[in-house]
Design a protein around this ligand. Structure first.
Ligand code: ME8
Length: 508
């Protein structure tokens, strides 16, 4: 079976991680966990982009050598994956030897295929974007993403013949509806393509930039940072070194990216791959930007969210839930503590927390904590909605489907009034209601597994099973009704999500 290969962008090692980086990691993690649940082999890669002008300048500002500087930042990005419970299988750094070796082979293949040439060039370069700009990209002479005036560059560089891939790229976009998702982001790329691709400069003179991978055979130039960084997706799996290993992994199934780097992934990268004789990736999934309290995060406004503090103060599981539920993957979304508090108290503490508490407490009270004999109920439609949404990366809709089941079960309790049934001589009616609740909670444990893995484990244990036991089956089996074994014991524990009177007040 082909390995399902998922990647995040590799983040610039030019500053500490922020919530945007944590967000992409989380979305990729949810997808990786979901596919593992389905029984697929998964390879999930993230890492850091450590060369280029931006990193060189930042290192200079701190008075450190670039290598010392990036070592520290890469360590922070690794720490982020631990603290956020991100299950990446590998972490690639572009300063590693394995990456540099692959990049040299990659360059050579593209060169040998005749797609790299040398020419004199002048242009406007935005260091923030690490890319050349044309006058029409600028507003009042500035790059809109970085609010900065680009620098004028004049030098002899190596060029990649991107224009040669006009037709193959058009064919790629024509062949797969879903090559770039969502549709509006795909359309944007088609429009750029339709306006005609121009060759791009892929090296810099070492007079200007020293911090990069030297161009093979020409020490007076280093590689353009994007031509170096994009290759990470194949250097991590051994391209040019242990290529046998690659054959069950490449092409990548999903490259997760933020919208500002879509064109590098949807146009430049497939062209580079075709030039090197490799297949393009299957899907570029482009997500929106997170704003904080309705504003773009910026140091000047002071609304940059630190992903380490956030998790320490609010709890990882609730933060993972909130981001997946509240920020529609394909659109921009806002992080606000007021919304966080609402979601926490309503969805987690009241609806899910109470459901579990009621089910376990009544099992304790009426049937001596023992999971009763099986009884029938229908959760198949919830599974269908959940799976369709997860496969489309609509995690908010998937959670909406999950919460429909949660609410339905709370209503079921209110309608069935098990507290009345429990007082009857015949325990069959109350037992039936309790089995339905406990078994449904096992299903909820499965559905929540990719998003809230710890909560999912706690649900399993509370209803008398465990993660280890559930992990022996795949999602399709788990989704069948009746998996919970009668006779095991439920476990009442601490509340799943203790209600917070005011998260806002407790933080201030
Ligand atoms: O672009 N909301 O690195 P980078 C959501 N090194 N996601 C956000 C975000 C926000 N406000 N801000 C950042 C680079 N991101 C290159 C990539 S890949 C070969 C090279 C996320 O450190 C989002 O995934 O600027 C975005 O694309 C990425 O961080 C940019 O990270």
């Amino acid at each position: 079976m082909k390995t399902f290969y998922i990647t995040t962008p590799i983040y610039y090692a030019s500053g500490d991680p922020h919530i945007g980086h944590a967000y992409t990691n989380l979305m990729a993690d949810i997808t990786a966990r979901y596919h593992r649940m389905g029984g697929h082999p998964v390879l999930f890669l993230t890492g850091t982009d450590e060369h280029g002008m931006k990193v060189q300048q930042k290192a200079q500002e701190t008075g450190q050598t670039p290598q010392v500087f990036v070592d520290e930042i890469a360590a922070r990005f690794r720490e982020l994956t631990d603290v956020w419970n991100i299950t990446n299988d590998d972490f690639i750094r572009t300063t590693e030897d394995r990456h540099k070796e692959t990049v040299r082979v990659f360059w050579q293949r593209v060169m040998d295929a005749g797609y790299i040439y040398k020419k004199k060039y002048g242009g406007l370069y935005c260091v923030g974007c690490e890319s050349f700009k044309t006058e029409k990209d600028l507003v009042e002479g500035k790059c809109t993403d970085h609010d900065a005036v680009p620098e004028q560059l004049e030098e002899e560089n190596y060029f990649f013949q991107l224009s040669a891939f006009q037709k193959p790229l058009e064919a790629l976009f024509d062949a797969g509806e879903d090559f770039v998702t969502p549709a509006d982001k795909c359309k944007e790329m088609r429009q750029i393509l339709a306006s005609g691709l121009e060759d791009i400069s892929v090296s810099r003179s070492t007079d200007k930039l020293q911090w990069g991978i030297p161009v093979p055979g020409d020490e007076s130039q280093v590689l353009y940072v994007w031509f170096d960084a994009l290759v990470n997706y194949v250097s991590a799996i051994g391209f040019g070194r242990t290529e046998d290993h690659m054959k069950d992994i490449w092409p990548a199934d999903i490259h997760f990216v933020g919208k500002e780097i879509n064109r590098f992934h949807s146009l430049l990268w497939p062209a580079m791959l075709l030039a090197a004789g490799l297949q393009p990736p299957k899907q570029i999934a482009v997500h929106g930007w997170i704003t904080v309290d309705g504003k773009k995060m910026s140091k000047t406004i002071g609304n940059v969210l630190d992903p380490f503090d956030l998790v320490e103060q609010r709890g990882l599981e609730a933060v993972r839930y909130f981001l997946a539920r509240e920020i529609p993957f394909y659109r921009d979304g806002d992080f606000s503590f007021a919304r966080f508090e609402d979601r926490y108290n309503n969805d987690l503490a009241n609806e899910l927390g109470n459901l579990l508490h009621r089910a376990v407490a009544m099992t304790d009270r009426y049937v001596a904590s023992v999971v009763p004999a099986k009884a029938e109920y229908e959760v198949a439609t919830h599974w269908t909605a959940y799976r369709a949404s997860m496969e489309d990366l609509r995690f908010d809709d998937a959670l909406a489907a999950v919460w429909e089941l949660v609410r339905e079960l709370n209503k079921y309790i209110d309608t069935m009034e098990p507290w009345k049934l429990g007082k009857q001589e015949d325990k069959t009616p109350v037992s039936q209601v309790l089995y339905v609740l406990l078994e449904s909670l096992r299903h909820l444990g499965w559905m929540l597994m990719p998003i809230m893995p710890e909560t999912s484990m706690r649900l399993f244990e509370a209803v008398g099973t465990s993660f280890e036991e559930q992990a022996k089956i795949t999602m399709s089996e788990a989704a069948k009704w009746g998996g919970l074994k009668p006779g095991s014991l439920v476990v009442s524990g601490e509340p799943l999500f203790p209600r917070m009177e005011s998260v806002l007040e407790s933080a201030s």
